[in-house]
Write a protein that binds this ligand. Structure first.
Ligand SMILES: Nc1ncnc2c1ncn2[C@@H]1O[C@H](COP(=O)(O)OP(=O)(O)OP(=O)(O)O)[C@@H](O)[C@H]1O
Length: 310
């Protein structure tokens, strides 16, 4: 028997003639947190909806807790928590009434006060849902998703609209749930959210997973970034090519800034060699490399290179 809580193999999904998901594969073990990142319309929500059992897979294999999420959705429902992108809350109910309604759907729900405390809405208990702010509604959505003590949690852009404090509190709650063994599939446009929370991520673009792995694995092949400013009138056309690549030059506040992406070679030594080459050039030109920075590629760099180049 598989030890994976979520299994997706060769999943394809169409809307009429349009293929929104074009053969994707990933698995999430019990207690893992997998984040799907990607451009608008990449197919993240569609993938999640198949796993949530809202529609059958057009082709491919999809298993949730060892079962078919569409055919076995009745049996799976009590074991799964879902936070959709668009909340379907009833505006006339109070926060407390809403939580009560959801608690009634579960056999062993957490206490109402505990649910509201988890998402910092205890003081809004008697407020009508329509009077909540966007971020507060998101927090109520999250309380409803966790009220039934789910084994698997689907979170579709959970922190959109939340202020930074609420976002950090939400991350803490998600981390507690994962530490307790809950398996989470998350979609997000916040790269920092994925970096903080996920064991593994996938970046989707146009219905395909373009890259997947742990964050260090994903950024590993994308080189280092070197940037510096030089005084005006520096002969920037004499800047060395590094690894066969010329720098990108941008002018800010009247001063040229050079940026290199350094790939190839041994990761441990390539930035060192590149900087040595640049310092020699600077010394020959009798200038200083102002605000010299050297860093490995970030998740944002990888994301942008996927989106811009493909
Ligand atoms: N019900 C639908 N009918 C037709 N096309 C749809 C439907 N739902 C989604 N699509 C299309 O399928 C593609 C994938 O949409 P999906 O919502 O899965 O993307 P997403 O990655 O979640 O995007 P976002 O980050 O904007 O939420 C998009 O091009 C979208 O327009």
């Amino acid at each position: 028997m598989s030890t994976e809580t979520i299994e997706v193999g060769g999943l394809r999904q169409r809307y009429g003639d349009f293929e929104a998901v074009r053969g994707i594969d990933f698995t999430v073990p019990r207690g893992g947190l997998f984040a799907l990142l990607g451009t608008n319309g990449a197919g993240k929500t569609t993938t999640m909806e198949v796993l949530e059992g809202f529609r059958p897979a057009a082709s491919g294999t999809v298993r949730l807790l060892g079962a078919d999420p569409y055919r076995d959705r009745k049996a799976l429902r009590p074991r799964v928590g879902i936070m959709l992108q668009e909340s379907g809350l009833l505006g006339d109910l109070t926060v407390a009434e809403t939580v009560d309604l959801w608690r009634d759907l579960h056999k062993n729900p957490i206490a109402k006060d505990e649910a509201l405390k988890k998402v910092d809405l205890a003081d809004k208990s008697d407020t009508r849902v329509r009077q909540l702010s966007g971020g507060q509604k998101r927090r109520l959505d999250l309380a409803l998703a966790v009220v039934g003590r789910p084994e698997v949690l689907f979170l579709d852009e959970p922190t959109t609209g939340m202020d930074p404090e609420a976002r950090i509190a939400t991350w803490r709650l998600i981390q507690e749930l994962v530490a307790g063994g809950t398996t989470v599939l998350l979609t997000t446009h916040y790269l920092e959210e994925a970096e903080r929370l996920a064991d593994r991520i996938a970046i989707m673009h146009r219905g395909e997973i373009r890259i997947a792995g742990t964050v260090p694995e994903v950024v590993a092949g994308h080189g280092d970034r070197i940037a510096f400013r030089v005084p005006a009138n520096t002969p920037i056309d004499t800047l060395p090519r590094i690894g066969g690549t010329a720098p990108e030059i941008a002018v800010a506040d009247g001063l040229p800034t050079a940026r290199y992406t350094v790939t190839g070679g041994e990761p441990d030594g390539r930035a060192h060699l590149a900087v040595a080459q640049l310092l020699t050039w600077a010394s020959d030109c009798r200038i200083t490399l102002d605000r010299l920075s050297v860093r490995p590629a970030s998740l944002e760099d990888v994301f942008l290179s996927i989106v811009e180049n493909q």
